[in-house]
Design a protein around this ligand. Structure first.
Ligand code: AQP
Length: 341
């Protein structure tokens, strides 16, 4: 059976981009068709300036939202990355396989490091090395496929390169993974800056629809979305990024096709209204289930505890194999020690 792995980092409240670009596919397709493993990658949440209490809160909220979005612990494995030591163990080994040039070429690193510098902050070393930790996340589970939004495709490519390089140098150890992208909404754009991705840690609040936004807040954000200077509703990513983004969101929410949706909308106002209502409807069941789950925190904790146990058992053999293959001496087991005395 195909093994699928993916994760979400708790650097902010989860967004419509996270949902349409990733979570929805995990719940609707991946968990039913594959041996699927999903986690809240909290170690990645420390690659930029962070508040410990907020990180803990967002980790719990992210996990609750994964379940609210439809992940079913009977069908897939759901856990928190830092609960399974294998991620950090393997990450260091892969740092010994990756090069610093590879890290510095990553688009996300360049963008986020530049943003940190503009803010006058320092850039954490972990921001540079985080794609290696992400490769470890994927390779530890022997994932064949990694369903992600378009912004993460380069990182999955790196995981492939590291797997191939490790296998060639040290013997076959890792499955070589590939990214799978959604048909539409692979990159949901910020409603206020439609040439930038809708990212959960961005500053532009009005341009970001959060999964827990009240319906009226969603409507307001969509109705105020920046559109383009023309009047006709045309699907054209280059020339009409604002309108195209709304068409893609509407298509993703209704299962339609963005080009055909352009033909049936005569004005920007009508398109915004339909998009706002479609988003409200998509978020409604997620928000209702989130509310129920919040009333039962013990259930979420139990899912995460059990998920971490399952994940550990899946990852440990591969990480142990990688340790041996790269030349690390296996620890001597207790009984053998006693026998040698
Ligand atoms: N705008 C987006 N459109 C489509 N897919 C998206 N994803 C994120 N934003 C969009 C997908 O969601 C999954 C989890 O992403 P992540 O939280 O681990 O990291 P990210 O890609 O860096 O997402 P953010 O929201 O932009 O976080 P920050 O602001 O902290 O960097 C991934 O599959 C991602 O592709």
């Amino acid at each position: 059976m195909t093994r699928v792995f993916s994760g979400i980092k708790p650097t902010g409240h989860l967004t419509l981009g996270n949902y349409l670009g990733a979570m929805r596919q995990w719940a609707a397709v991946d968990q039913h068709q594959a041996d699927a493993v999903f986690c809240i990658v909290d170690l990645h949440g420390m690659t930029v300036d962070h508040d410990p209490a907020r990180l803990r809160r967002l980790t719990r909220q992210g996990a609750t939202l994964l379940l609210a979005a439809g992940l079913d612990p009977e069908l897939c494995t759901v856990f928190v990355q830092s609960h399974v030591d294998e991620h950090a163990r393997l990450s260091y080994v892969l740092e010994c396989v990756a090069t610093d040039g590879e890290m510095r070429r990553m688009f996300q690193y360049k963008e986020k490091a530049a943003r940190e510098r503009v803010r006058g902050g320092s850039v954490r070393l972990s921001l540079l090395t985080y794609p290696v930790l992400m490769a470890a996340d994927i390779l530890a589970y022997g994932a064949d496929e990694v369903p992600v939004g378009d912004d993460q495709a380069q990182h999955v490519e790196l995981a492939r390169d590291l797997a191939v390089r490790f296998n060639q140098r040290y013997g076959h150890t890792f499955v070589v993974p590939k990214a799978t992208l959604p048909r539409v909404a692979a990159r949901v754009m910020n409603l206020q800056e439609p040439t930038s991705k809708m990212g959960k840690s961005d500053d532009s609040g009005p341009g970001i629809v959060y999964l827990l936004d009240e319906p009226d807040v969603v409507r307001k954000k969509v109705m105020r979305a920046v559109t383009d200077s023309g009047r006709e509703v045309v699907y054209d990513r280059e020339g009409r990024p604002g309108v195209t983004n709304l068409l893609e969101i509407l298509a993703a929410c209704t299962g339609g096709n963005p080009e055909s949706l352009a033909d049936v909308h005569q004005s920007y106002g009508a398109l915004k209204k339909d998009t706002a209502e479609a988003v409200v409807e998509v978020l409604r069941p997620v928000q209702a289930r989130h509310k129920e789950l919040c009333a039962d925190p013990g259930y979420v904790e139990e899912v995460l505890r059990h998920g971490a146990e399952k994940a550990r058992a899946m990852a440990r053999p591969t990480v142990d194999t990688a340790y041996r293959a790269i030349g690390l001496l296996p620890p001597v087991a207790e009984p053998a020690l006693n026998a040698a005395r």
